[in-house]
Design a protein around this ligand. Structure first.
Ligand code: PRX
Length: 654
């Protein structure tokens, strides 16, 4: 049995949030033009959630209509039972059939400044060609394809080609290490890997092909590699295994039959961190997923034909899957896609892009907003951001100061800011404002999306009307995960064992007197670094791989920009010769083992890792130490007497 997460809701944070009295009603001109102008949608959806979701599903193109909206045998839901459709047809073919093939789909900008526009017709042609290429490499319905690409147009093309074939894709964020890529390929038993020679990042090059080659040293399921040339560097190709994307595409036909998929066929797997070292392959299926990402993209971001959408996120995470690829493309909107870092070549890069493409709706993470704040208002002020009409955030709690800054400095005080709470597992937005309806409170994700049964419960499952507790989703929703790839037991244990037949997201939250939700963060041993989830256990296992390390315990600590930083408490082996330079070496070691995002901020050498009598790491104590609350100078933790004293003060945490 996995451990039950402790419920730890920082009291301080609750007080700060309760002090937050500012309120922002929807601007009247925004409300008047919004898709949703009336609160009645909440009542209607609550009265008949299945009817509400069926109406949303009607916006998609189905080759066979469903027989039943929902079949719920907890914890397994089937949505739109008997319905048939193809996701790539919904994102491409139907727009062409409606005479919208010439609309720009993707306005792409590379980090070095190169630009490309793909219309829906262009995208359709590329996807069909790649479909033929992949079929030629033996990829068929049900085969898994791993994708390890930078933010280039070939990435959405690859995903949609997989969707056309019915081959679940597993996109691996291009910042992950060879080991992380290998683990994900092996867990999904992917047949083909699609990668690039490299990607541009912060003025340098990430050598993706070299990393892939290292990963592929031990991946028996892989039979072929397709490589996009992005940087043009000379890279070794393995004969018989590696193929050049452009060469294969040249000879491929421009049309390709889509596979008719069942609503419940797997669309993709996306790996996310959990409380144990092994990442979980979150499984999403086709009909329900597409229904909810489309419904939320439309209602929350209010997207219209006249909009230019920009989710400044990476497709390697779920935000990009749902709100760069599937949601916006299913709606047929025009969007910006940017390859690189926000501070390359300078800190005004994103604002120059907003100005150039007249971006109207912009979505990013609080960690980015805090960085923009730190960089100073002169960067956004140097550009005309007058085209913006809506802003959004996702990934972690946003502190009210950052919210207000974003509203004022980026949105010019006129754009609603939608704070959207959801997870890799939920597939789409679950809590959010509706920008034409909701009075916003900075720092609050406000309300459940219509048709979503979001509650706050205590540990026993009693409903909390006003006050703090655990977030819970009490009814199935269309884009919910259908499982963890290959591990039903872990699926039940992780999400469905806290309460009976109720989904447990492992977030703490509270609800105020007006019924607004305030999400406060994880209650388990998962860190949220810059809006991305990392398992403490993953970082710990990377650390103990190092020859100098005997034991490690990793916790989060507040970080001004990243939200949460990583503090690692490390016990050295007696054989470890010297501590000189070791902290830097260990940081670099973790970055190599998992990826730069996992690089610890602090390494604290300790005499031992404080544990309870039953052997559980005393994480609350370590968190307080890392946050500077327990003792001033953390380096003294190397003294066994100090550890002993702290352990006594904190008592047994069992
Ligand atoms: O803790 C919550 C936080 O991010 C977690 C989900 O992480 P991931 O699966 O990587 O997906 C991120 C993008 C959807 C949640 O359990 N989180 C996400 N959005 C918010 C948030 N916390 C507070 N407010 C949010 N808006």
């Amino acid at each position: 049995m996995a451990e039950r997460p402790e419920q730890e809701i920082p009291e301080q944070e609750i007080e700060v949030l309760l002090d937050e009295q500012r309120a922002y009603p929807p601007p009247e001109d925004f409300r008047r033009q919004a898709w949703i102008q009336n609160e009645s949608i909440y009542r209607e959806a609550a009265a008949d959630p299945e009817g509400f979701w069926a109406a949303q599903a009607e916006r998609l193109e189905w080759s066979r209509r469903w027989d039943r909206v929902l079949d719920w045998k907890p914890p397994f839901a089937r949505w739109f039972v008997g319905g048939k459709l193809n996701a790539s047809v919904n994102c491409l073919d139907r727009h062409l059939a409606n005479g919208r093939g010439d609309r720009p789909a993707i306005l792409w900008e590379g980090e070095p400044g190169d630009r490309k526009t793909l219309t829906y017709a262009d995208l359709h042609r590329e996807v069909c060609r790649l479909t033929n290429v992949l079929r030629g490499l033996g990829v068929g319905k049900g085969d898994r394809v791993a994708i390890y690409l930078p933010m280039v147009p070939e990435l959405p093309v690859a995903m949609l080609a997989c969707a056309r074939i019915g081959a679940p894709h597993s996109v691996v964020f291009a910042g992950f290490s060879a080991q992380s890529l290998r683990d994900r390929i092996n867990d999904a038993e992917a047949k083909v890997l699609i990668t690039a020679d490299g990607g541009h990042r912060r003025g340098g090059i990430v050598p993706l092909k070299a990393i892939s080659d290292e990963a592929l040293e031990n991946t028996p399921s892989i039979t072929g590699v397709v490589m996009v040339r992005r940087t043009g560097e000379d890279v070794p190709m393995v004969a018989g295994r590696d193929h050049d994307w452009a060469e294969l595409m040249e000879g491929a036909a421009d049309t390709a039959e889509p596979e008719e998929m069942d609503a419940e066929d797997v669309l993709y797997i996306l790996y996310t961190s959990g409380t144990t070292g092994k990442p979980k392959g979150i499984v999403h299926t086709t009909g329900g997923y597409l229904t909810q990402v489309t419904a939320t993209a439309r209602a929350v971001f209010d997207l219209k034909d006249s909009d230019v959408w920009w989710a400044a996120a990476d497709i390697g995470w779920v935000t990009g899957h749902s709100y760069i690829v599937y949601g916006p493309l299913a709606l047929g909107v025009t969007q910006v896609m940017y390859e690189g870092a926000p501070d390359t070549p300078n800190r005004a890069r994103l604002w120059s892009i907003v100005e150039r493409y007249r971006v109207t709706c912009f979505y990013t993470a609080p960690t980015a907003i805090r960085a923009f704040m730190k960089w100073g208002t002169e960067h956004p002020a140097a550009h005309d951001l007058g085209s913006l009409r809506l802003l959004g955030t996702v990934g972690e709690p946003i502190n009210p100061e950052a919210w207000v800054w974003y509203h004022r400095e980026i949105g010019g005080g006129r754009c609603p800011v939608v704070d959207t709470w959801w997870q890799t597992e939920t597939g789409s937005i679950m809590a959010t404002a509706l920008p034409g309806v909701t009075t916003l409170k900075p720092g609050s994700a406000t309300h459940a999306f219509p048709g979503i049964a979001l509650e706050i419960l205590d540990r026993r499952g009693e409903r909390v009307e006003v006050g703090g507790g655990l977030l819970a989703i009490t009814k199935p929703w269309p884009s919910m995960l259908r499982g963890i790839w290959g591990d039903e037991e872990r699926f039940r244990e992780t999400y469905w064992s806290q309460w009976k037949d109720i989904y447990f997201p492992a977030d703490g939250a509270h609800r105020d007197e007006d019924g607004y939700f305030w999400v406060m963060g994880r209650v388990d041993d998962v860190l949220n670094v810059s809006g991305h989830r990392l398992g403490a256990a993953e970082v710990e296992s990377a650390l103990v791989e190092h020859e100098a390390v005997a034991e490690a315990a990793v916790v989060g600590r507040p970080h001004e920009i990243k939200g949460e930083g990583i503090a690692a408490f490390v016990v050295l082996r007696e054989s470890a010769s010297s501590r000189d330079g070791l902290a830097a070496e260990l940081k670099a070691h973790v970055a190599r083992a998992i990826g730069p995002i996992a690089r610890p901020d602090d390494i604290v050498f300790a005499a031992d890792v404080p544990k309870t009598r039953s052997g559980k790491i005393m994480r609350r104590l370590l968190r307080d130490i890392a946050a500077g609350k327990a003792i001033g100078d953390t380096t003294t933790l190397a003294d066994p007497a100090v550890v002993q004293k702290l352990r006594e003060e904190y008592g047994d945490e069992d």
